[in-house]
Every structure is written in C-alpha cells, then in structure tokens.
Write a protein that binds this ligand. Structure first.
Ligand code: AP5
Length: 193
C-alpha cells in the first residue's frame, strides 16, 4: 500500500498514521519527524530547516525531496508506506511521481483530512499545553504565531496538491473533525473497500 495522508497542521496525520502502520504493516514516513531528527543531529540541512520550521514556513523543496528519496529507497519501504506531511507543494508531488515511476510503482490513494482552522488551532494549543503539563518538550513551532504561518502555508502551497491528485483520480477526503476512532474507521473503509 502506498498512501499519502494530506492535511493541515493538527489534522491528525500523525495520529492516524501510527494506527494505520500497525494494521497494514507499512512504515510511516513523516517529513516533519525526519527534519526534526536532522535538526537535532545538527546537520547543515537540519540547521537550515530548523530556523524555517520554528517560524512555521516550508523547508525548500530540494531539501525535502532529497530526504524522502533516500527514505523511500530503504528496504522497509519497498512494499509500501504512509507518507505523512509529504508532498506539501505541487513540485514535491511531481518529484514523488518521478521517484515512484523510476520504480515502476505508483500511489494507491491520497487521503485528505479536512478540519476547520479553529479546531486546528485549538488542537495544537491543547497538545502544547498537555506536553508541558507532562514535563515534555513543546515543539518549537507549536505556538500561536507559528501555527498561523503553518496554516497559511497549507492553504497557499499545499491545498493545490489536493487538486493535483483529484485531477489524477487519486484523492479521497475524510471528515477529520470526527473523533479519532471514527476517522480511523472511515480511512480503513476507503483502504479496504
Ligand atoms: P509536520 O511535523 O508534518 O507538522 P504538521 O503538518 O504541522 O502537522 P502536526 O504534526 O502538527 O499535526 P498532525 O496532522 O500530524 O496531527 P496530530 O496527529 O499530531 O511539519 C512540521 C514542519 O516541518 C512544517 O511546518 C515545515 O516547516 C516542515 N516540513 C515538514 N514536511 C515538509 C515538506 N514536505 N515540505 C516542506 N517543509 C516541510 O494531531 C494533533 C493533535 O490533535 C494531537 O494532540 C492529537 O491527539 C489531536 N487529534 C488528532 N486527531 C484528532 C481528532 N480526530 N479529534 C480530536 N483531536 C485529535
């Protein structure tokens, strides 16, 4: 199964990916996690990405495409994967098509989680509050200013990716406002149906 989960910040991409990878035995490829790992490792690309991510902007396509190309080539992604947070621009979607075409493979489906902006802001604020209450480290982009920039980036640069896949007959939409279990059920129905 080769699946892309599309959705704005806080839509539930990570939450749903974690559940789907268990059921379908494919890895979750989260570009956000990969970029945070690169930032923690203080690689040159990671440090550049860190400064952009903290403000809520998108990391340059070339950087992200390189990271995904490496990850997708790993043995555990041979039979499938769940892409969480990639592609985020039409250019990234075109590059993904090329990567998969080189393997004579293609995407099975692209699922877009739709959630209202107000709910997204509330979810991310709650995550930051809960993390802090449990003594964890709050993500440096989980503050109101950065979340607004992340949302604006989604509407301007990532929403066209949904049209890109709709034109190719790959896009399915799911109501991400529903409870977590109900969202999982709807996604599974799409995948199994
Ligand atoms: P990334 O790490 O991908 O973050 P994001 O897209 O902003 O998404 P989040 O991780 O905040 O949310 P999510 O949709 O995974 O929701 P979650 O399940 O956690 O990207 C971070 C940054 O990296 C970007 O801003 C950019 O700078 C850079 N980047 C990454 N990929 C890039 C790319 N391809 N190109 C360029 N730059 C890139 O849920 C959120 C909260 O809501 C949780 O607390 C959860 O418990 C709760 N929740 C989930 N589902 C529900 C539900 N149904 N009902 C109620 N609460 C729910």
């Amino acid at each position: 199964m080769r699946l892309v989960l599309l959705g704005p910040p806080g839509a539930g991409k990570g939450t749903q990916s974690a559940r789907l990878m268990e059921k379908y035995h494919v890895p979750q490829l989260s570009t956000g996690d990969m970029l945070r790992a690169a930032a923690d490792a203080a690689t040159e690309a990671g440090l550049t990405a860190k400064a952009i991510m903290e403000k809520g902007g998108l990391v340059p396509d070339e950087t992200v495409v390189c990271i995904v190309a490496d990850r997708i080539a790993a043995p555990d992604a041979k039979t499938g994967f769940i892409l969480d947070g990639f592609p985020r621009t039409v250019r990234q979607a075109e590059e993904l098509d090329k990567m998969l075409a080189a393997r004579s493979a293609g995407l099975d489906v692209v699922i877009e989680l739709r959630v209202d902006d107000a709910a997204l802001l509330a979810r991310v604020a709650k995550r930051a509050k809960d993390t802090s209450a449990h003594g964890g480290v709050v993500r440096s982009d989980d503050n109101p200013e950065a979340v607004k920039v992340r949302l604006a980036a989604y509407h301007a640069q990532t929403a066209p990716v949904a049209n890109f896949y709709a034109q190719r007959g790959l896009l399915k939409t799911v109501d991400g406002m529903a409870a977590v279990d109900a969202v999982t059920k709807e996604i599974e129905q799409l995948l199994d149906g």
